[in-house]
Ligand binder design. Structure first.
Ligand code: 13P
Length: 252
């Protein structure tokens, strides 16, 4: 089963109009020369429309989305239809920083996943364990609970048009990356759990790795059989580094 790798940049809360102009133009120019990899950038909300206008063949996604599909009295929220309207194609859902700091429970993440697809966007569903969960041998239980909440709410069919990102919380922004063996073991677990429900959908699903991916470790990680690209934080803020990681995706 061949899956085209996806390399996605999550800018988190970094950006300005000036930075967006430079970074997206450079990434778009570099990505135009790459075959065999899809590239996605996810700037903060205020810069999405600007990014879309500069992105060329690069896709643009949001870092979150409201769980409510329709318009209404939800002050401060942005729904999927608005993101679609301005040209976004993806939304990151359930990032560990949302789960940790903004109360995104498994149930809320599942609702956001459904709302994202209802708007015609592809959800990038993030799951991952904390260090103490890994150390106490609970990695698979945590990941299963995060995944199952979405499968139960949305149905396995919904994963035919979704992306999953495995982001061990202990590897995010820490410079500690999961070893290729650790990443492969977890990715195979995720795919296997979904394959129990639908083997074809699981075989086609792209599962990205995120957590301190850099130009120096990307090829090794992306070379794992169940790793289909990456979700990149810090290194997505420098076009040279991000494009080197995209290049590793193209070569995987
Ligand atoms: P870093 O690449 O900075 O570790 O961040 C990973 C991440 O959280 C991407 O969503």
């Amino acid at each position: 089963m061949s899956r085209t790798p996806l390399v996605a940049g999550n800018w988190k809360m970094h950006g300005s109009t000036e930075m967006t102009a430079g970074l997206v133009a450079e990434i778009a120019a570099g990505a135009a020369n790459l075959a065999g990899v899809e590239v996605l950038v996810c700037p903060p909300y205020p810069y999405l429309a600007q990014a879309v206008s500069l992105a060329g063949s690069v896709s643009v996604g949001a870092q979150d989305v409201c769980d409510q599909a329709g318009q209404g009295a939800y002050t401060g929220e942005v729904n999927g239809a608005m993101l679609k309207d301005i040209g976004c194609t993806h939304a990151i859902i359930g990032h560990s920083e949302r789960r940790q700091f903004y109360g995104d429970s498994n149930e809320l993440v599942a609702a956001k996943f459904i709302a994202t697809q209802a708007a015609g966007l592809v959800p990038v569903l993030c799951i991952g364990e904390m260090l103490e969960e890994r150390e106490s041998g609970n990695t698979e239980n945590v990941l299963a609970a995060q995944l199952d909440a979405v499968v139960q709410a949305a149905g396995i069919e919904a994963f035919a048009d979704a992306v999953v990102a495995y982001e061990p919380v202990w590897a995010i922004g820490t410079g500690k990356t999961a070893s290729p063996e650790q990443a492969q073991e977890v990715h195979a677990f995720i795919r296997g759990r979904l394959a129990d429900k639908d083997a074809t959908i699981a075989a086609r699903l792209r599962i990205l790795y995120g957590g301190s991916v850099k130009p120096g470790n990307a090829s090794e990680l992306f070379g794992c059989p169940d790793v289909d690209g990456g979700l990149i934080g810090g290194a997505s803020l420098k076009s040279e580094d991000f494009l080197a990681i995209c290049q590793a995706g193209a070569g995987a």
